[in-house]
Design a protein around this ligand. Structure first.
Ligand code: TA6
Length: 279
């Protein structure tokens, strides 16, 4: 099943797999705004106050941050890929799962912001209890390029204060706004308050427990994991979040930040975030 739909007026693609999973991606940003695993409930957090306006970021789901993570460069926050319209290339329904592919290529509009020729492809695969997000970056130009990127995934949790993220013990991290790198000493990371950390060279899997639900979150190609929750005070200041929205989300992001990825002309980089729900 695949159908073009509107999400708050924004063009989007909805599709399902034969084994009962479904997903919705807006063409702006190739932004996954809904993932419902087979037999389960919505697994992503979407802010009910999100803007759905052309050129403005969507709050929740999975923003694609490219070619700049956060404010680490001269571009706008998280780069421009999340604010541009991507092309929908089609659905592949081989087997039980179903994958949708989206692409964004450099254009006069992107070249005006960032003078590099590139092609981005995002393949969103759903099937049963699993989601795979595969980002591919190709340097289509004749000069080297370098970028940072993230799949900025907002997981829906019933109560962030009791959600537990495991798998980061012993991993070095940097808190946004701090200069010193620290080492995670906790077996279980909780986010009862504000958290905004880049974990460098994490293990390939973390485990997010939310009550009886467990999400196994894997990454390949991406070198870092970002954990973010704005906490109560910052959330109250965000126009596109309800005041208590922070309680129902936790971002666990597959990121490539340090060092930036360098691509020679013609070179390709691949990064994948995989999520499996078990309960
Ligand atoms: O990935 C974490 C982060 O960079 C935070 O610092 C926080 O500001 C967040 O992303 C959201 O950024 P946004 O531009 O979507 O408001």
């Amino acid at each position: 099943m695949v159908e073009p739909i509107g999400v708050n007026g924004m063009p989007a693609i909805r599709w399902g797999s034969r084994n009962g999973a479904s997903a919705v991606v807006t063409l702006q940003g190739a932004h996954l705004v809904s993932w419902v695993p087979a037999g389960g409930e919505e697994a992503l957090y979407m802010s009910e106050r999100s803007a759905f306006e052309a050129g403005r970021p969507i709050r929740g789901g999975v923003p694609v941050c490219f070619p700049q993570f956060a404010d680490r460069g001269a571009l706008g926050q998280h780069g421009f890929a999340r604010n541009f319209d991507w092309r929908f290339l089609g659905i592949d329904e081989a087997g039980e799962g179903a994958s949708a592919t989206f692409a964004l290529e450099s254009s006069p509009k992107t070249l005006a912001l960032w003078p590099r020729a590139f092609r981005l492809e995002l393949v969103v695969s759903i099937g049963g209890a699993q989601l795979d997000l595969a980002l591919r970056v190709t340097n289509t130009g004749s000069t080297p390029l370098s970028f940072t990127a993230a799949l900025h995934t907002y997981f829906r949790v019933s109560e962030v204060a009791t959600a537990r993220l495991e798998g980061l013990r012993g991993v070095k991290f940097l808190t946004r706004g701090c200069l010193d790198v620290e080492v995670e000493t906790r077996e279980i990371v909780t986010a009862a308050e504000f958290i905004d950390r880049i974990y460098f060279a994490p293990p390939p899997w973390t485990r997010l427990q939310d009550g009886a639900r467990v999400l196994h979150i894997g990454q390949r190609g991406f070198t870092d994991t970002v954990v973010w929750n704005p906490g109560r005070d910052r959330c109250e200041l965000m126009a596109d979040m309800p005041p208590a929205g922070y309680r129902h989300m936790l971002c666990v992001e597959a990121a490539a930040i340090e060092p930036p990825i360098a691509l020679a002309p013609g070179e390709v980089w691949n990064g994948v975030q995989s999520v499996t729900l078990s309960s």
